[in-house]
Design a protein. Sequence first.
Length: 94
Amino acid sequence: MAKIRRLKKDVKALASDLILECETYMKFHPEADRNKTGKIISDVEKKLQTLVDEINHYENKGKVKPKDYYVKIVDKVKKELIPLLDKIGEIDKK
């Protein structure tokens, strides 16, 4: 169970870093579109809640081993949260 706890902490830390990055970006770029950064923050919060729910609700139905289930969640974190960091850099480019 300690590894599941660690996974949740890492996902929450990554999400909070992304939110902090958005807030820092807004502070140093006051001319930036606040709606876009607000949308990114909202996306991070929604995806965080979804990921934490998935981590908490593993149901062993004999289909997937626990390790494989959590590896898929880590891959999902990489696919969903990390690209949001790129969106922060693209706010003023459009």
